[in-house]
Design a protein around this ligand. Sequence first.
Ligand code: ZN
Length: 194
Amino acid sequence: MSLPIVHYCDPILRRKGDKITVFDAFLRQLSADMIATMHEANGIGLAAQQIGRALQVCVVDLRKVEIDFTGELDGAKPPLDLFMPMTIVNPDLSVVPGTEEYLYEEGCLSFPNIRGDVARPDAIVAKYKDENGVPHLLRCDGLFARCIQHESDHLNGILFIDRMEKKVRQSIEPQIRELAKATKSRDSSSTRPA
Ligand SMILES: [Zn+2]
């Protein structure tokens, strides 16, 4: 079931997610609903905060991306179709030593029609669990690594606008303000589901 996506500056987007300790039917349903929501919105990633829950869960699907990246999952290089869409629970990221940062224009489903350059390291290693509690080790670079970093930031209450250079952030400030205003007026006219 697809869920409503929370927009900036709903306060839930600033909440650090609680760690998942129980891998049960609730989590698997949440994962399925988040994947449906991401697909319906044509996104490549979605974090729990974006559907109104402060939990360490995000989903990623890069099968439709036509940009080069590499990914090594648990020491193998399986085709994307075998492990995407993927659910990432309690991720622990580290940057591959010596990796350079590069700028790339990012968007976010919580910021409709707003894009801006963000600098991030090119290659990372992510330890995480899937929706069944199975631990995984993922090494990736390019857009794969960027997407995981963007989603992992969400799980810690960090947004892509926080990582923009001042002049980039300033250039989109009017759009951000408009969005914040629209989010606020929507909140006061209706009650958001918990
Ligand atoms: Zn986002």
